[in-house]
Design a protein around this ligand. Structure first.
Ligand code: FRU
Length: 498
């Protein structure tokens, strides 16, 4: 049966499985013109269970073709998160001297008479562009009985040492390994037992090098680590990163061990990792747009779970140090269906420049110049009883999303909340880019310096849009509003009707 893509909460341009459960993105790799996206999938239920790797491919990062399940549980256990690489030189010997895809992933088996799962790393290869996979007969390729949590291998080719590197989460730290053939792994080093945030178990690491914008020849390594939910904290599962150096063996952190850098200040961007082998050289990340605090009980239909938009990562030198920048790749601008524009408008309390515009799917690009207003921003997905606010608090210098009245909330006591990120308004300017879908908001500020990703579940018909100022005026220097196309365009109604 064809899925109902027109469900009122079903994302219209974010990736969702055709049906049933989705969590982490896995095995992202670009090969022969296709972006592959695998994902944690329970094919028989809309809640988490025995994990498989679901699979989809895209040529443009916008339209995805669903393919059959790539990896099924076998005698080594279910299939947890992991990565995939192109083995260009056939270092593994799987490809008769040609190139092919190798997936590296965790398998879990419950230890008899205990609740503990034994986690080991396995590999599988594909000679037909990821359509079919063969598990390596020598699996598992990496075990360590000392760790209960030992998972989510991310593998990449390290050109300087001419070896594969694996970075793996092991409870409260990461373990790094190297290999020449993807089958035999040697321990290299550990990182993190005393660094960054330990609010939850460490999961889904990634490690890669990026140039620093505008600084000729300067490159830094970025280490991403997701941290699991902690019942005592409202934030739930979230993702931190470190900036530093990597010499093929050891990662060294540039910041103080106690400093914590969050990748996203919203509640719903978890387990994000990057694509391998992207030919353009772009470093593209995608995350699971959800939070373990309530992932299994969010309102949904025949599917449950979506990915964030893909993001292009870069590094910018800030006063405090080198920091991660996230921007939506150019390719996604193809979704723009129309365009409304304004310039140099003074926004005062009580007015609404956007009166009459309605929408469920749209992108906003706005630049403000602060004036006497103590707060300004947008009210989105507004209905009689609900709205989500994306705003800037000028006195606190804080960008925020307030979803305390965003629609369906009562499935979890901590879902309705307001949270934010510090944002400096240089020369009084604040730039916002906002992507709105049927059940999410992604907010980027000051050209990717801050990101906030949040799920929302607006009540049916909540499609009003307001531009507001509080306690005084604000200058709107420019505003563009782009109604967006649904990827299921033929099957759903118009994006914005005036
Ligand atoms: C992160 C995670 C991973 C694990 C997978 C299981 O969300 O817990 O650590 O491999 O999900 O589905």
């Amino acid at each position: 049966m064809k899925p109902n893509y027109d469900h009122p909460l079903r994302p219209q341009y974010h990736f969702t499985p055709e049906a049933n459960w989705l969590n982490d993105p896995n095995g992202m790799v670009y090969y022969e013109g296709e972006y592959h996206l695998f994902y944690q999938h329970h094919p028989e239920s809309t809640v988490w269970g025995p994990m498989h790797w679901g699979h989809a491919v895209s040529k443009d990062l916008v339209n995805w073709e669903h393919l059959p399940i790539a990896l099924y549980p076998d005698h080594n256990g279910t299939i947890f998160s992991g990565s995939a690489v192109v083995d260009w030189e056939d270092t593994s010997g799987f490809f008769d001297g040609k190139s092919g895809l190798v997936a590296i992933y965790t398998q879990t088996e419950t230890i008899p008479d205990s609740q503990l799962s034994k986690q080991r790393q396995s590999i599988a290869y594909s000679k037909d562009n990821g359509r079919t996979w063969t598990a390596y007969a020598g699996n598992p390729v990496l075990t360590d009985e000392r760790f209960v949590d030992f998972r989510d291998p991310k593998v990449f080719w390290h050109a300087d040492t001419e070896r594969w590197i694996m970075v793996l989460a092991a409870g409260d730290r990461l373990c790094l390994y190297y290999s020449t053939n993807l089958k035999e792994w040697t321990f290299a080093s550990e990182f993190g037992a005393k660094e960054g945030s330990h609010d939850g178990v460490w999961e889904c690491p990634d490690l890669f090098q990026l140039p620093v914008e505008g600084q000729e020849g300067k490159e830094k390594w970025v280490l991403i680590v997701s941290i699991g939910d902690n019942e005592k904290l409202p934030e739930g599962s979230r993702t931190q990163y470190f900036i530093g150096d990597f010499d093929g063996i050891t990662f060294t952190n540039d910041d103080e061990p106690e400093s914590v850098l969050w990748m996203d200040h919203g509640r719903d961007n978890y387990a994000g990792v990057t694509w391998s082998d992207v030919q353009s050289g772009d470093r593209l990340l995608i995350g699971w747009m959800n939070n373990w605090k309530y992932a299994n009980i969010i309102p949904a239909g025949e599917w449950r779970g979506a990915m964030t938009l893909p993001r292009r990562l870069s590094l910018r030198q800030q006063e405090e140090g080198v920091r991660l920048i996230q921007e939506v790749p150019e390719a996604l601008m193809e979704m723009r269906a129309d365009r409304y524009e304004w310039r140099d408008e003074q926004i005062s309390p009580g007015s609404n420049l956007l009166q009459g515009l309605k929408g469920e799917l749209f992108e906003i690009a706005a630049e403000f110049e602060t004036d006497s207003a103590v707060e300004f921003g947008f009210k989105l997905r507004m209905g009689n009883e609900n709205e989500t606010i994306v705003g800037y608090d000028t006195a606190a210098g804080q960008l925020f999303i307030d979803r305390t009245r965003s629609g369906l909330l009562d499935f979890h006591p901590q879902f309705g909340c307001r949270h934010g990120a510090p944002l400096h308004a240089g020369n009084g300017r604040v730039k916002l880019q906002i992507w709105v879908d049927r059940s999410s908001i992604e907010l980027f500020a000051n050209d990717g310096e801050a990101a906030l990703t949040d799920l929302i579940f607006p009540l049916t018909g909540s499609d009003g849009i307001e531009l507001y100022a509080k306690g005084g005026n604000v200058w709107l220097r420019s505003l563009q509003l782009f109604p967006l196309k649904s990827v299921y365009a033929a099957s759903v109604s118009e994006a914005v009707n005036q």
